[in-house]
Design a protein around this ligand. Structure first.
Ligand SMILES: [Zn+2]
Ligand SMILES: [Zn+2]
Length: 185
């Protein structure tokens, strides 16, 4: 593996396995790293907040760290349940900044969630960008000011549609430190 890291995707709960297969294919075509689907499935129930009827994203991150990922590896969980953090009504995903794990959910990314017609292609694109975004956070990237960069903040799913499924020239080198060193002259 030229870039020295790889990505493991973990399916959460009732997410259809076909979503993981499509996502892995999309990520593998974009990243210069190995992308694998974990054989284990993460149960979201321990993260359920009964009052909010949502799932605490940081609790899922904790569970993703057991057992710990191999040094350098990244592990991203993909869910179909509604995620939240205590200070937010909901989140599309979250990740350890400069860490190894993240989680993303398609729950609110479905076009029909905001009253639009079902659109499998749009949903697939949104999930890809959300997973890339959380992956970027694990490499220490914060939100990018370029609106088309995948690291730009998105408050609404429609904002995700406006982004590319790529990191801008300033963000991209963070995912491949060894390559970045080589191009500095
Ligand atoms: Zn973010
Ligand atoms: Zn950027």
């Amino acid at each position: 593996m030229a870039s020295g890291w790889w990505l493991e995707l973990v399916r959460v709960g009732a997410l259809p396995p076909s979503v993981m297969v499509d996502l892995r294919e999309d990520l593998a075509s974009l990243l210069h790293s190995e992308v694998q689907i974990s054989a284990s499935v993460l149960d979201p129930d321990p993260a359920l907040d009964l009052e909010r009827r949502q799932y605490l994203a940081t609790e899922l991150l904790e569970r993703l760290l057991d057992p710990p990922p191999a040094p350098g590896a990244r592990r991203i969980a993909v869910a179909a349940v509604d995620l939240f953090l205590p200070v937010f009504t909901h989140v599309f995903g979250t990740a350890q900044l400069d860490g190894q794990v993240g989680v993303a959910s398609l729950f609110r990314l479905r076009p029909e969630f905001s009253g639009a017609p079902q659109d499998a292609g749009r949903l697939r694109g949104r999930l890809l960008k959300e997973v890339l975004h959380e992956l970027g956070h694990t490499f220490g990237l914060v939100h990018c000011r370029l609106p088309w960069c995948v690291m730009a903040a998105s408050r609404l799913p429609e904002h995700i549609d406006l982004k590319d499924s790529h990191f801008c020239g300033a963000c991209a080198p963070h995912l491949a430190p060894s390559c970045a060193t080589e191009v500095i002259s």
